[in-house]
Design a protein. Structure first.
Length: 50
């Protein structure tokens, strides 16, 4: 496979009971993490480059 990736600058949102709406039409992978310091998720959007 000849795969190439372009990365965007990460965004971090902190707060209690925060909800974020995604407006992307591309598939999103959500990876949840649980640590002794709290929970967080990493989201990645994947799309085929034309």
């Amino acid at each position: 496979l000849d795969l190439k990736f372009e990365l965007a600058t990460p965004t971090m949102v902190v707060g209690k009971d925060v909800e974020i709406s995604m407006f992307s039409k591309t598939p999103t992978i959500v990876i949840p993490f649980t640590t002794e310091h709290g929970n967080f998720v990493v989201e990645a959007n994947l799309r085929e480059k034309n």
